[in-house]
Design a protein. Sequence first.
Lengths: 347, 313
Amino acid sequence: MPVAEPAEPVVAAVEPGRVRWDPAERRARASQSFWTAVVGVPAIFSVLRLGVEAGGELQTTLLLVANVGPVNLLAGFLTTAARLLSTGLVAVFALGAVLAVSADRLPPGTRRRPLFARWADITPAWVVLASFLLALITWPLLYLPLLLPAFVAAFQLRPARLHERVVPRLLLIVALLAGYGWLMLPTMRDAMRQGDEWLVLALIVVPPLLALFVAGPLPGMVIRPLASVTEVAVLATLIWAAVPVITTPVLPLTVTTVGPESGPTEDVRGHVVTTDDVNMVILQERGGVRYVPVGLVRAQVLCPSEEELPRHQLRIHDFHVEDSLLEGMGRRVRPVHRIDAACRTPA
Amino acid sequence: MNSGSSQSRLRSIASTLAVALTLVLAAAAGCDSREEPELPSVQEKMRETHIYGQSKLRIGVATNEPLMGELRNGQHVGFDVEIARYVAASLGYEGEQRLEFVSVATEDRIPSLQGGTVDLVVSSFSMTEDRKQLVSFAGPYFVTTQEVMVPVRLKDKVRTIEDLRDPAYKVCTSGGSTTEAELEKHQVKTFVVKDVGDCVDGIRKGRYDAVSSDESILAGFLASFPKEFEIVDMPFGTSELLGIGVPIGDPALRDLVAFFLQKSYEQGRDGDASPWQTAYNRTLGPWLKAEKRQPQPLEVPKLVDFDDKAPAK
């Protein structure tokens, strides 16, 4: 299924001084840059992350580089960045499709279509679909309703597509909304009871209604400003959201109890970089690397970090609203997570 | 034609509004995802307590109340001790090296908290209004009643509070306990000693004829000398709510202890093996006449913890 109208055959033909690309070559180039981005961006991010994790110390960064495998690094990056990545893609494709469908209303004399519209044009439908699937399983449940208008916009699913006659169309819409309401009603009731959860209520109630109108087309006069503003906004958001991704640790947080067989012990809070026959190398939470002789390690526990604390006390059918579908399912497989006593002690 | 175009204009305005609103909502969601939790977290409370950063937690316990708090072969055992261990572990103090049990006599429970020689007191400490002026309480973690224990030779002679008033019987109790005040209210003349254990010793040596205290404490001595004593059910009418004593200047620690007691309470209520139930079954359970459950703790704060996202069922 094409995302929007196919690209115009010779876009650059009218611009003097520009190299002419025929559509096939253009597509090949696009695919090349796509794969370069897919491989390059995570690699660059991962290295940046290592530097941040090492506390900015060159020698510590080198120690991490020597001990963290590229596969671990990439997997670690994907688990934390999948959310950001899918958000960026979903935003671009949804906005792009709406702008593309409105592009013929651009004031006469405007030659170039908006950037996002061109991106949406050349992206194969399966990439768009994959981005939405990624978002579906990695976004917190609370934000999933926003995916609804985005999906409708990206695939241009106007209510007219449901049924050609008005009455059955309305009935279908009412039925769909009722189903959604049934799913969300207990959560909405809880949010009302808690009193100060207005944003949660808005996030649950408003997006399905917006989905009815969001597909466009937009009036000609708003296309330009919308295109420029959203381009800047998406870029700014990605940078703003990339900061936590870069600062999220690559290695799991542990507390290691260190001490001789009979004697006082000490808790070392930090990330285990590597363990060999002689030493366990721990990157301490407060900074600095500690080489602990293996014989002195009494115990070790895995600890959660404070960023994982929930902000809302709401559930959707026993799934916490801040869990993604993946996390929620995971909690069903391993329901009880005991926090070890050692994790409570200060660093 | 005209109506068609106005309809299309209406639709495009609706589209514009919808796109704008979606973007606003998305922005709001993005900001929300970066906010700190509104409720205080367990970790934040920990940082407010006076024990934060302390290498050892000192808990005041009794050492001569069988089943509740007893020193046996150098090991602290009993229901209070097990509750203390659970609370300590929840606060991050697990294992003998990080935990120090301090022997505290009944009358020294308040001064030791005030003087800072212990961080917590778990020692059959009844929560009363008078005491709440001096120390804070988290709990209750146990509800018991006041009873009287007599040697077997007197079991048919001492049956009522009236009998206790008879000057022929010497009634003994521990100083600074709620029992002392309660007996005074009933005009029973008492011999006040340091600990209930001293009363029991005294009875066995013939110095006293009866001892009055909490049922849970007496049950411990009955377990030690099952053939020598009997507990007499007397209508004292007041129930004793045992709580964990916390220095009055440390509300954060009180909140945390109450929070962890509530956690155990919720576990037990859902039918799981709670730390409280395990402690009870291992100590008091077999020796009390009636089956007991963990009472619901009072004034439990709402705190955010790491396991909040775990499924309820």
